[in-house]
Design a protein around this ligand. Structure first.
Ligand code: HEC
Length: 163
């Protein structure tokens, strides 16, 4: 009697594990590109989101756009870029918390400074503020051992946005 109960229990556990793995291993996404267990899927998604380099590619684009927005005195577009730099940095630092310590000064001082400079809608002040932003980019690169990534004010426009 006891033994039958034990066998039944083992069989039940076996089947419940099986159906769970079957459920988790359903391939999803176009043509089922995302496959494996839930954990494997999350790992793959995390990998696809990329690391800090990916964040920097976005920040760098927005930094350039911010510059030209200032040159054009398109202050709404400048504000838009600052907001998205903040968002990209926050998301990037979540994915790579190891970078957070070096980013403290940038997030707590540099960003609020450029935010208030943009609100002033004054091109001369913007040029000075933007210079400080550029120095802060380079200061963090130095802290992170990435001094070979030297940021300079943009020379050419990259995007089709004009004002
Ligand atoms: C946390 C401090 C930090 C701040 C602040 C920072 N960076 Fe970076 N940046 C890094 C690190 C770290 C890398 C290298 C990332 C890697 O390779 O994983 C990098 C890489 C880059 C790259 C090269 C990206 C690539 O792989 O092609 C560019 C461009 C860049 N940063 C631009 C900027 C600009 C522009 C700013 C200022 C608006 C800025 N960064 C602010 C830390 C920072």
């Amino acid at each position: 009697m006891k033994r039958t109960f034990l066998y039944t229990l083992i069989i039940m556990i076996f089947y419940s594990c099986q159906s769970q793995t079957q459920e988790n291993s359903t391939a999803v996404g176009l043509d089922g590109w995302l496959e494996g267990s839930s954990e494997e899927k999350f790992e793959e998604i995390a990998h696809q989101l990329g690391g800090f380099s990916r964040t920097m590619v976005e920040v760098s684009y927005r930094y350039s756009e911010l510059y030209w927005a200032g040159m054009d005195e398109n202050w709404d577009y400048a504000d838009h870029q600052v907001e998205h730099i903040i968002e990209a940095m926050e998301d990037g630092l979540k994915r790579r918390p190891v970078r957070a310590e070096s980013a403290v000064d940038f997030m707590e001082n540099t960003i609020p400074q450029i935010e208030s400079v943009v609100l002033k809608k004054d091109k001369e002040e913007f040029i000075i503020g933007f210079r400080a932003l550029t120095s802060a980019c380079n200061a963090c690169h130095a802290k992170e051992g990435e001094s070979y990534i030297m940021i300079q004010e943009p020379q050419d426009r990259l995007s089709p946005v004009r004002w």
